[in-house]
Each structure stands twice: as structure tokens, then as C-alpha cells.
Design a protein around this ligand. Structure first.
Ligand SMILES: [Ca+2]
Ligand SMILES: [Ca+2]
Length: 486
């Protein structure tokens, strides 16, 4: 093996350093703006390294537009409120104001700097792209402006439904909001296309938006049998107009358990007088399980479990009845909303699983949004009445914001052979003194090569970084003195 003299090694090192310097300069130049940081060479047995390409970009977004939230009709302060913004992303994409995959969308609070959580319902590249944004505070009786921004090729998607909604419940197989307000079809927005036909029922204001009113004589809604499950939950809102003590029909009948047609599920309100009974099989005759409340909205829930051998009912999220059962094998037929029921019904949801009590409470306390764009999911959101209206305001041109996605590489100097290939740990201290630990694996490389760690080390955090220390196991965990301060 040919030895390299210290002089030659120094020359090589200088050339490499200059090359890397140019590369780093070119890299940083490609980012619009970057905060300043210090770099310090770390001395460590078996090889020295330093952090390069440290990147805490303040990206420039080419496009921004005001979003006007009009809450003037509402006397409530709204906190962590989910609003729906509809944007023509096809226009933005065709004008190079937005990446083709909508990944560079951001929303900023009124201060034009605080990033807001959002979720792109979709579809991207459409004239009507639906995007949900969680707004920390919308004052009562007033207007508020937030900002939509886009147009940065370096930005990655931050779209995340879990960050926007209170809870996401899966397993929904039917969701009728009854918000159409006209026509004779009630659309299922669970994504399963269980659309129902309306016979005689009329559109009225409901618990949430519109609902259907039934005359107690011959009005009903029907959907052909779509099958069920041996684990099920039915949830609905009921407004009963029948006076106390009178037979008030069935809010929901799924199969006709009292005939030879088979076993099914019925919310039966009758001889007990405004007490909703539940029947889960032919051999399990009516149980008067849910006390009624004439002329007021109540949430009615039934959950049935074959595996758990029980069924239970809830009124306004409170459990009202528990029944042990030995079996549950419904032979479900067509489902009817209302048979001789005199009242209003709204927001019917059916799940192919047993909801937890917390999920039932959230459906009672908040609003369950469903969309075919996210099939099988209920997105729990805040609700107020009247809801604030959302409109697009002025276009404001480019805007510069910080993104909390850091990245850096490690660059090795000198003779790194004894340290490369071993594991390093980055200790990242945030402004609030939280420390994030991150393992770093580095492949061996030869002296004279560009020994840059790959892939780039990325750190996503909601906070700013105070300092980064790189600790090497081959240095007995002696840590570097590398410090970044803002
Ligand atoms: Ca409704
Ligand atoms: Ca009628």
C-alpha cells in the first residue's frame, strides 16, 4: 500500500474542502433563504467530521391568497375549529403556482407566520379541491382572515387528517346526513353507495343541517338490503312528535323480526309510550330500552356484538340498557327509516363494528363528517350554528415562511476509516430543552472520496432547534461541540 505524505494529504484535504464548500454554496443557493448557523469541526478519535448542508429554510411561496372566515352571525368564540376551504387547484397547477401533487399547500394564521394544520380531502388538480383547516381561534361576531399559500418546489406535504379532526372512526358502512334539502334520494356519503329512496317524507331543518320529516302515516325512506355484520352499531338522531303514552311507530326497521322474513333490528316505539324498544332477533322480543323524549332531539344508539354476546342501547351517549345474548345472526332485509313514525330523523350512521363509548360520546358532542373521498371513515369535528362561511379574498403574491423541517449531512475529514461504518447518535436540543435522539448510520468510504452521510438526516419538529450534538460510539460517546443558536 502506497503511503500518502502529510503534505499531499493536506493538499487533498484542501481541495476536497473547497469542492464541498462550492457544493454547499450551490445547495444553499437553491433554497430561497436560509438562516445563518455556525459550523465547528469535531475532533474524535478515528476521524473528524462536521455538519454540513445545515438547512433550516425560510421558503418563499410564490402564491398566497386571503381566506375570509365570516363568523359575524355567530355569538360563539370558536376554538380549534375545522373549516372547509374550496380551492381551484387546477388553475394554480396550470400557472405553476402549485406542484402537481398539491404537496406545497400551506395555511397561515392571521399573523402570516403560524402554520395551521390542514388535510386535503381532494381531489387535487380540480376546480373544487376540498381542504380542511384547523383554525386555533375564530372570534365571535367577527371576521377573520387566514392565508392559503402555495408555490414552492422544495416543500413536502403536511396534509394530515389526524392533525385536523378530533377523532377518526373507521368501519362506517352507511352515512345518511339527509342534507340534500330537495329531491327523493338520500345519498350515502360513507363511500359505499348505499343510497336510499325517499317516499313522501319532507325536507325540514334538522339536528345538523337538513333532515327528513315523517307524517306517521305513509312516509318512509328505504334502502335495499346491503348486508350487515354480526358486530354492528346504529346511531341516529330522532325528534319524536307523538304525545306521551301513544304508539309512535318505528324510527328504524331493518328486517321484519315479527314475521317469517327473518331476524333483524328494530327501533320500536310503541306500547310503552315513547320508549324505544330494540329487537335484535326473532327470539329476542322487544326490550323497552331507550326512554323517549317527545318534541326534543335525542341521540339513539344500538350496538350489538355476537362475539361479546351482548347488545346495548344508549340515549344521548349514556348507556340505558344491557342485554346478554347467546347468539346474533341477523337475516337482514331492506332497511326502512320510519314505519308509522311521526317525527324527524337526521344523521343515520351504521358501522360494521361495535363503537367504543368514547366514540359514541364524540358523535353526541361533536359532528361526524363523512365523505366518499375518504371511504369508511367518520371524521369528528366541532360544530356550531350557524357555521361560519368561508370565502376567498385577495391574491397577495409571494410570501416567505419558515418550515420546521431541518436537514443536514455529516461530512468526514481526515482518515475516517476507524469511525466510518459505526453508529452515531444525534442529540437535538429544541428551544424548549426537549432532546430528540436520532440514530445515524454511515457507510464506510475511502479517504479522498466525498464522505458525506447518506441519506440526508431529516428532523421534523414543531419547535426550533437550539443545538445539535453528534456523539460517536467509537469516541466512547464523547459528543461534539457543534452548536446552532437562533
Ligand atoms: Ca342533517
Ligand atoms: Ca304522507
Amino acid at each position: 500500500m502506497k503511503l500518502v505524505s502529510p503534505f499531499v494529504a493536506t493538499i487533498i484535504l484542501v481541495i476536497i474542502t473547497i469542492s464541498i464548500g462550492i457544493a454547499v454554496y450551490m445547495y444553499l443557493s437553491s433554497v430561497t433563504k436560509t438562516s445563518t448557523s455556525t459550523e465547528e469541526v469535531i475532533n474524535c478519535l478515528g476521524g473528524d467530521f462536521k455538519i454540513i448542508n445545515f438547512n433550516y429554510p425560510k421558503y418563499e411561496f410564490k402564491y398566497s391568497r386571503e381566506i375570509i372566515i365570516d363568523n359575524t352571525q355567530n355569538s360563539n368564540n370558536l376554538n380549534d375549529y375545522q373549516i372547509l376551504v374550496t380551492i381551484d387547484t387546477s388553475y394554480l397547477i396550470s400557472n405553476n403556482y402549485l406542484k402537481n401533487d398539491c404537496s406545497d399547500i400551506r395555511f397561515l394564521d392571521s399573523d402570516k407566520s403560524t402554520l395551521l394544520n390542514y388535510w386535503i380531502e381532494g381531489p387535487c388538480n380540480s376546480q373544487n379541491t376540498k381542504i380542511w383547516v384547523k383554525v386555533p381561534n375564530i372570534p365571535a361576531n367577527s371576521k377573520k382572515i387566514i392565508h392559503f399559500v402555495s408555490g414552492n418546489p422544495n416543500a413536502n406535504s403536511l396534509s394530515n387528517a389526524s392533525n385536523v379532526f378530533i377523532r377518526i372512526i373507521d368501519g362506517v358502512i352507511v352515512s345518511w346526513h339527509f342534507d340534500e334539502g330537495s329531491g327523493n334520494i338520500a345519498y350515502d356519503s360513507s363511500g359505499n353507495n348505499n343510497h336510499a329512496t325517499i317516499y313522501g317524507a319532507t325536507w325540514v331543518d334538522g339536528k345538523f343541517g337538513k333532515a327528513l320529516s315523517f307524517d306517521g302515516v305513509d312516509d318512509y325512506v328505504k334502502v335495499v338490503n346491503f348486508g350487515g355484520s354480526t358486530e354492528m352499531t346504529i346511531e341516529m338522531w330522532v325528534y319524536d312528535r307523538t304525545p306521551l303514552g301513544q304508539n309512535c311507530g318505528n324510527p328504524l326497521s331493518w328486517g321484519y323480526p315479527w314475521t317469517s322474513w327473518g331476524k333483524g333490528i328494530v327501533f320500536y316505539s310503541g306500547y310503552g309510550g315513547n320508549t324505544y324498544g330494540v329487537m335484535t332477533s326473532y327470539n329476542n322480543y322487544y326490550e323497552y330500552a331507550i326512554p323517549g323524549s317527545p318534541n326534543s332531539w335525542i341521540q339513539v344508539v344500538l350496538r350489538v356484538s355476537k362475539s361479546g354476546k351482548f347488545w346495548e342501547s344508549f340515549k344521548n351517549s349514556q348507556k340505558t340498557y344491557h342485554k346478554d345474548i347467546t347468539d346474533f345472526d341477523p337475516t337482514l332485509a331492506d332497511l326502512y327509516i320510519s314505519l308509522y313514525f311521526n317525527g324527524i330523523i337526521d344523521e343515520v350512521m351504521i358501522f360494521n363494528k361495535v363503537l367504543t363509548e368514547d366514540e359514541i360520546k364524540d358523535l353526541y358532542n361533536y359532528y361526524g363528517y363523512t365523505t366518499p373521498n375518504y371511504p369508511g371513515r367518520v371524521l369528528i369535528k366541532n360544530y356550531t350554528s350557524p357555521e361560519p362561511t368561508i370565502s376567498l379574498g385577495n391574491e397577495l403574491g409571494s410570501i416567505v415562511i419558515k418550515l420546521n423541517d431541518y436537514s443536514f449531512n455529516l461530512y468526514f475529514i481526515g482518515n475516517p476509516q476507524s469511525s466510518l461504518g459505526s453508529k452515531y447518535i444525534a442529540y437535538i436540543t429544541l428551544i424548549n430543552d426537549t432532546i430528540i435522539k436520532k440514530d445515524i448510520d454511515i457507510s464506510p468510504c475511502n479517504l479522498g472520496s466525498e464522505c458525506i452521510s447518506s441519506p440526508t438526516i431529516k428532523i421534523e419538529t414543531d419547535s426550533e432547534i437550539r443545538k445539535i450534538e453528534i456523539c460517536s460510539k467509537t469516541c466512547s460517546f464523547v459528543c461534539s461541540k457543534y452548536i446552532v443558536l437562533y
